[in-house]
Design a protein around this ligand. Sequence first.
Ligand SMILES: Cc1cc2nc3c(=O)[nH]c(=O)nc-3n(C[C@H](O)[C@H](O)[C@H](O)COP(=O)(O)OP(=O)(O)OC[C@H]3O[C@@H](n4cnc5c(N)ncnc54)[C@H](O)[C@@H]3O)c2cc1C
Length: 420
Amino acid sequence: MTLNRRVFLGAAGVVAAGLSAPMVLAQGKPRVVVVGGGAGGATAARYIAKDSKGEIDVTLIEPSRTYYTCFFSNLYLGGFQELSDIAHSYGTLAANYGINVVHDWATGVDRDAKTVSLAGGGSVPYDKLILSPGIDFVDGAVEGWDLSAQNIMPHAYKAGSQTELLKAQIMAMPEGGTFAMVAPPNPYRCPPGPYERVSMVAHVLKANNPTAKIIVADPKPKFSKMALFQEGWGNNYEGMVDWIGEDFGGGIVSVNPDAMTVTIDGEETKVDVCNVIPAMKAGRIAEMAGVTDGNWAPVNAADMSSKADPDVYVLGDASQQGDMPKSGFSANSQAKVCANAVRGALTGSKVFPAKFSNTCWSLIDTDDGVKVGATYEATPEKIAKVDGFISQTGEDADLRKATYEESLGWYAGITSDMFG
Ligand SMILES: Cc1cc2nc3c(=O)[nH]c(=O)nc-3n(C[C@H](O)[C@H](O)[C@H](O)COP(=O)(O)OP(=O)(O)OC[C@H]3O[C@@H](n4cnc5c(N)ncnc54)[C@H](O)[C@@H]3O)c2cc1C
């Protein structure tokens, strides 16, 4: 009897090794910790919890109780959305998916001990760690501006109170006043974002303050969907938008928040609103975890695992992955690939080959939507673009309206994919 039982246990051990599911059998329920409950993190947490059906213990660490999407925050500035339309909570992830949602800041990662420390004290252990902290700003990127000036010259590149502040400032502009934007260098969150914002600011000013002006100081010679935006600004907001690119000194910029001035290539201008969008880098926790190289965190395209540590994964804007733009759509797409790979590594479930896609819609004026998008595959070097599409200049109004309506459907879809 004893001998038989020993033989049985021995055989089970051999089978277990062959199933590539050592964590379940060796340690009980495997633990995944996700830092950041945005487009990448919320999606990854939800897919791992949903598809593993309780086999994996999922903890999501996110300081905010309400997540305001940056996507459609420009439409809020333009009066096409209410702030409440872009607000989402984590209640469904906790109640319907069994995710342990911890509202706190992750303040450090001990990769040897495999723990994440929290601002509120204590630490959370993991077998696999997913970081999706979004972006932080590069110190000193715009002369005269630092985070202490964000309430005078808002970036509104993290949505919520910053977006509300920018909107209040736009609405309070004096008649014929000046709105200035300092645009960021590549690579940055949402390539068409600053230019959709210019369109939405022009839209409200045209209605409320038609003699107001918009100046854009840009360190880049060209930008995403440039021909489409420039056509739209000419058609809808003629004479209102002055885009000063690299060739005209748009990258040589300093600001003075106390005096409310912007100096572009030596020429100082007094402005009423100044939207400073500085150069970006991976959210600080990625650097603290030691998975960044320069400003971003390099990852393997097949599963979004960090090049520095196979048990740490980096999603979305913080990652350096190859050809995908830093967008919510990209982060959501990468999260599903990562969730599948993490579940496979922890439970032995089937892992499908990585496929990624992205579309970025932008609204130029009422019912005037444009888009750019692509599909991607994982290569040993990077996430590589396979093929793409872009709206054309001169499209008819029906097509532009249909493109805008498509973006409304996408917003409903991605937010329910993130938050359940
Ligand atoms: C104006 C604007 C318009 C945009 N429009 C679009 C669009 O139309 N379509 C599109 O696809 N994308 C758009 N984007 C881009 C999109 O918002 C981002 O690419 C996307 O949110 C990236 O997802 P993420 O998971 O990397 O980061 P986020 O969604 O920013 O999530 C990061 C989360 O991590 C949390 N966090 C950070 N540090 C810590 C820490 N230490 N501990 C715990 N939590 C932490 C933050 O609180 C945050 O909730 C837009 C962006 C902007 C600014």
